[in-house]
Design a protein around this ligand. Structure first.
Ligand SMILES: [Zn+2]
Ligand SMILES: [Zn+2]
Length: 174
C-alpha cells in the first residue's frame, strides 16, 4: 500500500491515479489487519487529494474477556496530501500549516497508505472494545472465561447500581 506519486506530481491539476487495495497493514494492536477497497489520488493545485473507500478488519483484544476478535468497519476518507520536496526542482516545498488530517509524503513522494490506515483505525477504535455486547468477561477469582464455561467460584456479579443504592439506604438509616 505504498504509492509513489512523483510522476503524478509532474502532471497537470486533475490528473488521477487509481489503486485497488486488498492488503494487510499493521493496525492499532500490531496485528496483521486487512483492508479491501480503492484509493484514488487526484493532483490538485498545491498537492494531492486522497480519496478512499475501504473495508477494514482490525484485530483487537476484548476489554472484558481478553480474547482476540475482529472488528469490521468501513472507512471513507478524503484528505489532502502534500509532498515535502518538489520532484521537479528538488527543493523543499513550503507546506501549509500542519493541520490535523493532512498527509505529508516522504521525500520519495511515497504515499504510505498502510500508515494512513493505521492512524485512522487507531482513532476509530473504541476505548473499551468488546468482542460482543454480551461478553461475560473473566471470573475475577479464577480468571476463566465465563463465555466458555461456568467456573465453580461463587462470585455473584456486583451490580454497581444496586451497590450504590444499598449504600444510600444505609446512609439514610444512620
Ligand atoms: Zn469478550
Ligand atoms: Zn472462577
Amino acid at each position: 500500500m505504498q504509492y509513489n506519486l512523483a510522476q503524478l506530481f509532474r502532471e497537470p491539476t486533475g490528473s488521477t491515479r487509481d489503486y485497488v487495495v486488498d492488503d494487510s497493514f499493521i493496525g492499532p494492536e500490531e496485528g496483521l489487519d486487512r483492508a479491501q477497497g480503492w484509493v484514488r489520488v487526484i493532483r490538485t493545485h498545491e498537492g494531492f487529494l486522497v480519496r478512499a473507500e475501504l473495508e477494514t478488519q482490525v484485530n483487537m483484544t476484548c476489554s472484558r474477556c481478553l480474547n482476540w476478535f475482529e472488528l469490521q468497519s468501513e472507512l471513507k476518507m478524503e484528505e489532502e496530501a502534500y509532498s515535502s520536496i518538489n520532484p521537479t526542482t528538488g527543493r523543499m516545498e513550503e507546506l501549509p500549516d500542519e493541520a490535523d488530517g493532512v498527509i505529508v509524503l516522504d521525500d520519495q513522494h511515497v504515499l504510505d497508505m498502510a500508515e494512513v490506515l493505521r492512524q485512522y483505525t487507531i482513532t476509530e477504535v473504541p476505548i473499551k472494545p468488546l468482542c460482543n455486547e454480551e461478553c461475560l468477561g473473566l471470573c475475577p477469582e479464577c480468571g476463566s472465561s465465563l463465555n466458555k464455561e461456568k467456573c465453580k467460584c461463587n462470585t455473584a456479579p456486583v451490580d454497581l447500581r444496586w451497590g450504590s443504592l444499598a449504600e444510600l439506604l444505609t446512609e439514610k438509616q444512620d
